[in-house]
Design a protein around this ligand. Structure first.
Ligand SMILES: [Zn+2]
Length: 417
């Protein structure tokens, strides 16, 4: 008989409830990101193109102001400088630390220019290296060491990651001689009161297990270990294992489940998280935490940046549809900024992976939406505009080619081990 522990989950973690989808990192990064300065230069060309006019955008740069929403981190200042070099305008700040969109800024921004061109998103540090480099850290020249980037998002993830890693190391799988595959689970991952830690990871017995193993005096492996419960592995869990994992886990010696603990098999929540009146965590990233931690093809720092950008892009497009802003134009580019410290340029260099472009013409409530494929299709063929001020004078470098080339991440090359 299979028993559930889903009643212990907060409502928002219910695996039966539908969660809005987020673009897959793997699909987004099947295309190379742009240097921010190239993306800004191409944006200027696009806004002034016949193509944009045909889409219903009446762009007049005399009434437009560039806006940014990004984290406060100085590693992102290249975004502001690129905007400045191409427009000779200071970007209006619609962002907050952590890469959040500041809704209260819209009212002032539209009074400074009736066309708002928004460029924003979360950021993540990238350290070039073999096998596609690594995400979530960047070199801090003033401290002469690496530190987390985006520090805010990494701090949100960090306590959850500790518990997830602990579960990966301590949930054990084996197959005794002549027996089915068994899963030995520490009790704190079955029922929340077995741990005093506010962050609770509960395996989902409905998907990971196929009933408890009954005690049999003559079969020593069925004897209960203190602090652990023993289950049969669910046939679907075994069926979904990649070949090498199946091989690794079906031996007579107990093996750690490792990253085969994918999002299907567990839920994770902070028992002390602040909830809103709908019962949802105020930090919306928490809704997607198990996907961030266990994505097979995406490092957690990058995944968190992708999800946060999606959530904030939604808040932006939702806000500009509201009554007071009906008479204004918004052209909004959202994506992930990738920070690289370039020793050649002696500076941070920013790449940008676009995730969405929306055009909300004045008088309309709904916007035109463009997929990442469409943005790349348009931007790959559109030329970079002439900057209003020499890039070398503003950025202290023309084009940091080596930083762009040092970005070698491809989702297929990254696998959690
Ligand atoms: Zn940050």
């Amino acid at each position: 008989m299979r028993r559930s522990n889903r009643a212990w989950l907060p409502r928002y973690c219910s695996p039966d409830d539908l969660l809005p989808r987020i673009p897959e990192t793997r699909a987004l990064f099947s295309r190379r990101p742009y240097l921010v300065q190239d993306f800004v230069g191409k944006t200027i060309s696009f806004l002034n193109s016949d193509e944009a006019r045909k889409m219903g955008l009446e762009y007049d740069e005399r009434c437009a102001i560039p806006c940014k929403w990004r984290c406060a981190d100085e590693s992102l200042f290249g975004v502001d400088l690129a905007i400045y070099a191409y427009t000779r305008a200071y970007p209006f700040d619609k962002g907050r630390i952590g890469g959040y969109f500041n809704e209260a800024s819209i009212g002032a921004a539209v009074h400074h220019g009736r066309i708002n061109v928004d460029l924003g998103g979360s950021h993540v540090g990238y350290v070039p290296g073999p096998d596609g480099g690594s995400f979530g850290r960047v070199w801090r020249p003033a401290e002469r060491e690496y530190s987390t980037d985006c520090g805010h998002l990494m701090a949100v993830i960090s306590p959850f990651k500790q518990i997830y890693d602990d579960a990966c190391d301590n949930i054990l799988v084996c197959q005794p001689e002549g027996e089915r595959v068994l899963v030995s689970i520490p009790n704190e991952f079955i029922q929340p009161t077995w741990s005093s830690h506010p962050i609770k990871l509960l395996v989902d017995p409905d998907t990971l297990t196929d009933g408890e193993v009954e005690y049999d005096h003559h079969r020593p492996h069925t004897h209960t270990l203190i602090g652990r419960s023993l289950f049969y592995a669910h046939p679907d869990f075994i069926a979904h294992l990649p070949e090498d994992e199946l091989h690794r886990l079906t031996t007579t010696v107990r093996q750690r489940i490792g990253h085969s603990l994918t999002h299907r098999y567990f839920n994770i929540f902070d028992a002390e998280a602040e909830l809103d009146e709908e019962g949802l965590p105020r930090q919306r990233l928490l809704l997607y935490m198990k996907f961030i931690l266990s994505a097979r093809h995406s490092p957690e720092g990058l995944k968190a940046a992708v999800i946060n950008t999606s959530l904030e892009h939604n808040r932006l497009t939702d806000a500009v549809r509201a009554g007071p802003y009906i008479g204004y134009d918004f052209i909004s580019f959202s994506g992930v900024f990738i920070d690289i410290y370039s020793k050649d340029a002696r500076s941070y260099v920013n790449l940008f992976q676009p995730m969405g472009m929306t055009i909300k013409p004045r008088g309309k409530t709904r916007e035109l939406e463009f997929t990442p494929e469409e943005i790349h299709e348009i931007f790959d063929r559109i030329p970079v505009a002439e900057p209003r001020m020499p890039l070398k004078a503003v950025l202290d470098y023309d084009r940091p080619e080596s930083a762009l080339e040092s970005f070698t991440y491809e989702p297929g090359r990254f696998t959690r081990t």
